[in-house]
Write a protein that binds this ligand. Structure first.
Ligand SMILES: *Cc1c(COP(=O)(O)O)cnc(C)c1O
Length: 242
């Protein structure tokens, strides 16, 4: 087998295992596996892996750093993929991200909405946006040396969602969250469900709930996730960044 064929077989096996987990998690709560979309988080992995995943039927890919995502998306422009941006986003990167991202899941403050809206207008695209909700109920005190994972405090999500909905070039798709490290993911995803219900009451079309990663997709699906963001379960272990 060539290296490419071996990698393809490995990714195919991971993908099948992931779909089995998703189907089992859905069955356990009376949902259908078809209600859950896999977003393959390809950070640290090469464009060749994105290409293999696309060949295996993956339609959604996600990245968390603009400098890595931009060339990868460019190298895969011929593929029929929806690109999600899921990382913390600086306003000065909004213009770059607006060129390739179809969905920005990590919108967490008003100034970013303004910057993304302007950038999308300048490149003549519409971009989907989720409000990233900070589910960490322990005080919002940054720990030295620990990078924050971003997110809007739950009490401010409705205002931010309203701002996205009122923008000219962004479509409010729903909400996204990362379960806090070291906390119970079930409680965290229940909080996300409650926050999402408030958003849906005002914006009935904003049905996307992106929650769950390789380690906690079952808890996320039980709590109603529509999208799971899977990195290591699909692609394997990542080398530490930097
Ligand atoms: C890396 C990343 C993921 C995927 O993490 P895994 O545990 O490897 O599945 C999901 N969401 C975000 C925001 C990420 O940065």
């Amino acid at each position: 087998m060539t290296e490419g064929a071996a990698r393809r077989a490995e990714l195919a096996a991971h993908l099948a295992a992931v779909h089995e987990r998703i189907d089992a998690a859905c069955r356990a709560v009376g949902r259908s596996g078809e209600e859950v979309t896999v977003v393959a988080i390809t950070k640290t992995f090469p464009a060749s892996d994105v290409r293999l995943l696309a060949g295996l039927g993956v339609r959604h890919v996600g990245e968390n750093r603009d400098q890595e995502a931009r060339p990868k998306a460019e190298a895969c422009r011929d593929l029929d993929l929806t690109w999600h941006f899921v990382g913390q986003l600086q306003r000065n990167k909004a213009a770059s991200v607006a060129r390739y991202a179809d969905v920005v899941e990590s919108v967490d403050r008003g100034r970013l909405v303004t910057a993304l809206d302007r950038a999308a207008g300048e490149v003549g695209r519409r971009i989907g946006a989720c409000v990233q909700v900070d589910l960490d109920e322990r005080a919002h005190v940054p720990e030295p040396g620990v990078p924050g994972r971003g997110g809007c405090p739950p009490a401010e999500v409705l205002d931010l969602a309203g701002q996205v909905a009122a923008s000219r070039h962004l479509d409010l798709l729903g909400v996204m969250a990362v379960a806090p490290l070291g906390a119970d993911p079930v409680a965290a995803f229940d909080l996300l469900a409650a926050v999402h219900a408030q958003v849906l009451a005002e914006h009935p079309a904003a049905g996307m709930r992106s929650a769950g990663m390789s380690g906690d997709l079952e808890a996320a699906i039980a709590a109603g996730a529509t999208h799971v963001r899977l990195g290591s379960a699909l692609l394997g272990r990542r080398e530490a960044l930097k």
